[in-house]
Design a protein around this ligand. Structure first.
Ligand SMILES: Cc1cc2nc3c(=O)[nH]c(=O)nc-3n(C[C@H](O)[C@H](O)[C@H](O)COP(=O)(O)OP(=O)(O)OC[C@H]3O[C@@H](n4cnc5c(N)ncnc54)[C@H](O)[C@@H]3O)c2cc1C
Ligand code: SF4
Length: 487
């Protein structure tokens, strides 16, 4: 519980960020973890509220009050063990989780919430620094073989849990490197990729085999990244493995069907972001999409759009404008109304702080250009009445645009992958499977399970880790009749 009077004595102190001018010059992480003293007083702010809503607010149910207390007492190794008991990859979430736990913190009702995410970051970094994070190979092998399709956080969490309990796990990934959107989506300045490499090493030592550059299935849409050099038919996997987990994410991007969409210079965010991550990894990218010297317009106000802003700034864009269709949310939430839930409020990311103009309730009407290349975007203001969007009369305006990034979210998993496996889809086009009951995470096809964005639709890394862990238990129960893996 930290210190009894800690929440009255200590103010919240956040992590330190390198200044925007300096950090825009590179692609490295720029957040400095808390010092030992800072972590101690931040942990001390946890006030033993009785019912730790934070633990429910966290999708992996991190046992937050316990590790807050352990950090306050300097018991870092125990804090790490507690953290790892619910989360395979706290160095990912400690960096890029939006921290719904903090919205649920009881102290947050009338004060600043405990800086839970920064404490998580501190604990796991301490673990790596001190060499406490080592492979945990199984003591006994079961002789059962499991295939995991997709190496994002859901696939990785499922694979690690299944390998540690003794199954032979092979992860199939169509990209050239492991990590899913952690690798080729989330920019390096939010999370450096060495964190993934370290976990891959650990998992290999625990017995996981990674096969990259392999697409499971056959047909794949041209507008989704696919660097596979080889394909494997789902039937082959089903024949060779005792169970298959499909964790292929929700990669089908939402398009913008307006006149001029076909012009050069109009790209999906996921055409742009992975290229820079590849270059950072030392690859050569032919005809890289570059924002340097250009007027950039980002359509879509979420995380992906914000990552386009940060990357465009680092590439030297002349101007960056981000548009969002929905109205501007309030600066502050109405706490008594929304606590302990995740509130709708204005969120300014570190990429926004580095420079960009944002505008809300704006709909793009068309894109225009010369010689097949985009030059301007024509938009109009909209308002929402009775849940319906209406254009504000005489509100049309235009804006210079040399590059337009479409970052309006993802509609579903790639349908062809689900169809190749023959699994039923839900109403939103995701793999149909429940998360509770005897058949949890099971698809309509025998011995095929689904987890992460492929099952729940576009979501968060922490939800993917939760689903990967829970799916691993379901697979283990299916293979062995019972499981000691956590629910
Ligand atoms: C640009 C961007 C930024 C984001 N930022 C954040 C953030 O800051 N914080 C946060 O919590 N969440 C963020 N998200 C969301 C988060 O990344 C996802 O919710 C999460 O990665 C989903 O994990 P997953 O394992 O289900 O799928 P993914 O990470 O999408 O991984 C799926 C993997 O499966 C592979 N695959 C798919 N089909 C096949 C096939 N047929 N054969 C072989 N391999 C296949 C894909 O290549 C991919 O590597 C962001 C998303 C994007 C796009
Ligand atoms: S994983 Fe996310 S929600 Fe859970 S404790 Fe960490 S920051 Fe909070």
């Amino acid at each position: 519980m930290g210190k009894v009077t800690g929440f009255m004595e200590f103010q919240r102190v956040g992590e330190t960020y390198e200044a925007p001018v300096a950090r825009k010059k590179h692609y490295k992480e720029f957040i400095l973890s808390l010092s030992n003293d800072e972590a101690k007083t931040q942990g001390a702010r946890c006030m033993d509220c009785g019912i730790p809503f934070c633990n429910n607010g966290c999708p992996v149910n991190n046992i937050i009050p316990d590790w807050n207390d352990l950090v306050y007492r300097g018991a870092y190794h125990e804090a790490l063990e507690t953290l790892h008991s619910t989360n395979n990859f706290p160095e990912f979430t400690g960096r890029i989780c939006p921290a719904p736990c903090e919205s649920a913190c009881t102290l947050g009702i009338n004060s600043d919430p405990v800086g839970i995410k920064s404490i998580e970051h501190f604990i796991v970094d301490k673990g790596w620094e001190n060499g406490w994070i080592v492979p945990q190979p199984p003591l006994v092998k079961t002789g059962k073989k499991v295939a995991v399709v997709g190496s994002g956080p859901a696939g990785l969490a499922a694979a690690q849990q299944l390998a540690r309990i003794g199954h032979d796990v092979t992860v199939f990934e169509k990209s050239d490197r492991v990590g899913g959107l952690l690798r080729y989506g989330i920019p390096d300045f939010k999370m450096e990729k060495s964190h993934i490499d370290r976990r891959v090493e650990q998992m290999e030592a625990e017995g996981v085999t990674f096969r990259t550059g392999v697409l499971v299935g056959k047909d794949f849409p041209a507008n989704v990244n696919n660097w596979a050099k080889k394909t494997i038919a789902p039937d082959e996997l089903k024949a060779e493995f005792d169970a298959v987990v499909i964790a292929g994410g929700a990669e089908q991007p939402r398009d913008l069907p307006v006149p001029g969409r076909e012009l050069k210079g109009v790209h999906f965010a996921m055409d742009f972001l992975p290229q820079q991550n590849k270059v950072n990894a030392g690859d050569k990218v032919k005809d890289q999409i570059l924002a340097g010297g250009k007027h950039v317009v980002v359509i879509g106000g979420g995380d992906t759009g914000s990552d386009c802003v940060g990357t465009s700034n680092r590439q030297g864009a002349v101007s960056i404008q981000q548009f969002e269709l929905m109205p501007q949310p309030p600066e502050l939430e109405n706490k008594p109304l929304v606590w302990p839930y995740w509130p709708t409020k204005l969120r300014t990311s570190s990429s926004h702080e580095e420079g960009c103009d944002r505008d809300w309730a704006v709909a793009t009407k068309r894109l225009e250009g010369k010689n097949g290349k985009v030059e301007k975007l024509i938009a109009a203001r909209v308002e929402w009445k009775d849940g319906k969007m209406q254009e504000v009369p005489d509100s049309e305006f235009e804006m210079k645009a040399d590059l337009v990034f479409l970052a309006m979210g993802f509609v579903s998993p790639v349908a062809q992958v689900l169809e190749a496996f023959g699994v039923d889809k839900d109403a939103r086009g995701n793999a149909k499977a429940t998360t509770d009951g005897d058949a949890c995470y099971k698809t309509s096809v025998d011995k095929v399970f689904a987890a992460g964005d492929m099952r729940r639709g576009q979501s968060l890394v922490v939800w993917a880790i939760r689903e990967g862990r829970q799916c691993a238990r379901a697979v283990d129960e299916f293979l062995m009749g019972a499981s000691v893996l956590p629910r």
